[in-house]
Design a protein around this ligand. Sequence first.
Ligand SMILES: *[C@@H]1O[C@H](CO)[C@@H](O)[C@H](O)[C@H]1NC(C)=O
Ligand SMILES: *[C@@H]1O[C@H](CO)[C@@H](O)[C@H](O)[C@H]1NC(C)=O
Ligand SMILES: *[C@@H]1O[C@H](CO)[C@@H](O)[C@H](O)[C@H]1NC(C)=O
Ligand SMILES: *[C@@H]1O[C@H](CO)[C@@H](O)[C@H](O)[C@H]1NC(C)=O
Ligand SMILES: *[C@@H]1O[C@H](CO)[C@@H](O)[C@H](O)[C@H]1NC(C)=O
Length: 474
Amino acid sequence: MKKRKNILQTILSLVTVMVVIVVFQTVLFVIQIQNNAQFYQNYNNKESSIRPITSTKEIIERSPKRILYPQFDLDNVNRNWTDTVSLIRSPKETNRRYLTMGLVTAKRPQNTVYLYNTLKSLITNANREDFREIYIVILLSDLDQEWRTNMTSEIVNRYPQEVKNGTIKIIGSFDWMYPSLTNLTHHRKWHSESKATWKAKQNIDFVLLWLYVYKTKLSEFYLHLEDDVITVGGYIKAMKNFINDQKGEWTCLEFSELGMIAKLYHTHDLEALAKMVALFYQEQPADNTYLHFNPQMLQFRRIIRKPTLFQHIGMTSSQWGHVQALKDRFFVANDQKKVLKGDNPPAKVFTSLRFLSKHSPENAYNTSFGYFWSKSKARKNDNFRIIFNKPQSIKRIVVNSGLDVFPEDKIYSGLLEISSKSINKNDCTDYKIIGQFVNGKVDVQNVPPSIKYNRHSLCSNTVPKVTKLLGDHS
Ligand SMILES: *[C@@H]1O[C@H](CO)[C@@H](O)[C@H](O)[C@H]1NC(C)=O
Ligand SMILES: *[C@@H]1O[C@H](CO)[C@@H](O)[C@H](O)[C@H]1NC(C)=O
Ligand SMILES: *[C@@H]1O[C@H](CO)[C@@H](O)[C@H](O)[C@H]1NC(C)=O
Ligand SMILES: *[C@@H]1O[C@H](CO)[C@@H](O)[C@H](O)[C@H]1NC(C)=O
Ligand SMILES: *[C@@H]1O[C@H](CO)[C@@H](O)[C@H](O)[C@H]1NC(C)=O
């Protein structure tokens, strides 16, 4: 009996503690509401003079290691901010469309502008009926007024109709929106200061663009692009099909494997994505943060449509002095050139040219997506060697170089040689010249019969001479 009483007491005391906690929390909650109300009252008196935490001394003193930048509530600053950011007059939207494509553009060195090629590609490659269902939002992120005017009038000149009916929208970022971008203390150690600054600014640009699309509720879906990409005919239909083919829940669908190019979100998720990117604006570039955002939204694997629909064309990054030549391996147009492929006999492939593993010589030979791409300047006797695993009887050999998207990157001068006399497992001797590259191609229809059948493996070897090969941009 005594024991039972003890237990009962324990239970009772727990209940008491819980009640106290609840009461305590309620009190805290009430205090918080009062504080908030006071904040808003104060705020309203100050109107739009509020500048989000930029160089406020107290904050730096309070948190010496880093400044959190989570409060990106532009509505607090200016209820009409979506009107204020608009650089061109646009009809008031009544229709929610299917898709908004958004991109940020900034000044590049030497006045390089890829944006016009990007717009042309987006507009000419959309089917007319799909085009009525999209918006394109361009954020001009440099504050230089003259540059903004130039860019805006150029876009309006090129696409007057699309601007008039609201399909193309141009917005500009506010200067006060950017937190301090100097002395960023917390970023990747191997990033230079200029890169850290550039990435941090880019994060804030993206955040504004996403919040704009989120708040204006332009569309059901949002596709994030960059200002230096191209696409292929019928891409909107292809994206629609991919969206409709999804069986389960998803957060992010990708139409390019690279960076922040062609990531598709539901528009209603953009606020959360924007806030997460803003929170870590110094530490992580958005193209890394989104990879952590998706799992938080319970999508644990990347969903990339292959072949991909967007290719990166930029070489001059808007980060000054930085040359960026990243290319999507799975871009659908890479594959258009592979019409002749599929029946190559099993072989080992070698080259004396330098390459990145994702652009390995096998890519050009086997049926996978992708292509061979060398960055080294080809010299005399550089070669690309194919050694068949078994002797082959061959009627025709076709070698093709240059992609639609990079027509300059091809073999300008080279020879096709074959041999049936191997010196070791990886090379032959006594090569015979059977063809010469013309305009990046060689096609030998009647491979000499004398070497068609042989007990040794058949080697095929191209020897470029004064050659400019894929990726040589100097
Ligand atoms: C905001 O928009 C409303 C309605 O469009 C308008 O009446 C008001 O004057 C605007 N306020 C500012 C500060 O632009
Ligand atoms: C806007 O104008 C373009 C060009 O004339 C046209 O293709 C498109 O269908 C128009 N969009 C809408 C929503 O009217
Ligand atoms: C704007 O355009 C004018 C005329 O084409 C040009 O002279 C000027 O350099 C441009 N300014 C900027 C900042 O791009
Ligand atoms: C940046 O940091 C350096 C060294 O800590 C300091 O001297 C300088 O005043 C800081 N600059 C700004 C703009 O805060
Ligand atoms: C083609 O080559 C690439 C690069 O070596 C390899 O990753 C891929 O699996 C190969 N595909 C086939 C079908 O052999």
